[in-house]
Ligand binder design. Sequence first.
Ligand code: FES
Length: 140
Amino acid sequence: MGEFEPTIIAFVCNWCTYTAADLAGTARLGYPTNVRLIRVMCTGMVDPKYVIKAFLEGADAVLVSGCNPGDCHYINGNYKARRRIKLLKEILPQFGFENERLRLTWIGASDGIVFADIMKEMVTQIKGLGPSEAKTAMVI
Ligand code: FES
């Protein structure tokens, strides 16, 4: 059996983090291929159900990433996301998931290097945690 390769679902804001991911790609910065990007117009539209569904369908970690505070194109969407993620982190253990598997970051459009670094850091962290509860249950 090979080394555990985590699956990371990343809900990224179109205006900032998605652009940073694109920049990382065009600048040929290397980052792990474990991440699956889901582009949303704003982190404020990431319904908590999307996060729970991603975990229940086998994600080992979920990242929600958008514009820096004060830069949201919809004024306060990222603040709404921050409140939702805080609450989700409190209830995740009740579903059997460590709350470290959910992360919220702000990555600006010009931060391709930051994006690549966070992806590397997350993969290392989740490899340390091992497969998620749901993924383990699916294998059995
Ligand atoms: S538009 Fe980027 S977080 Fe709202």
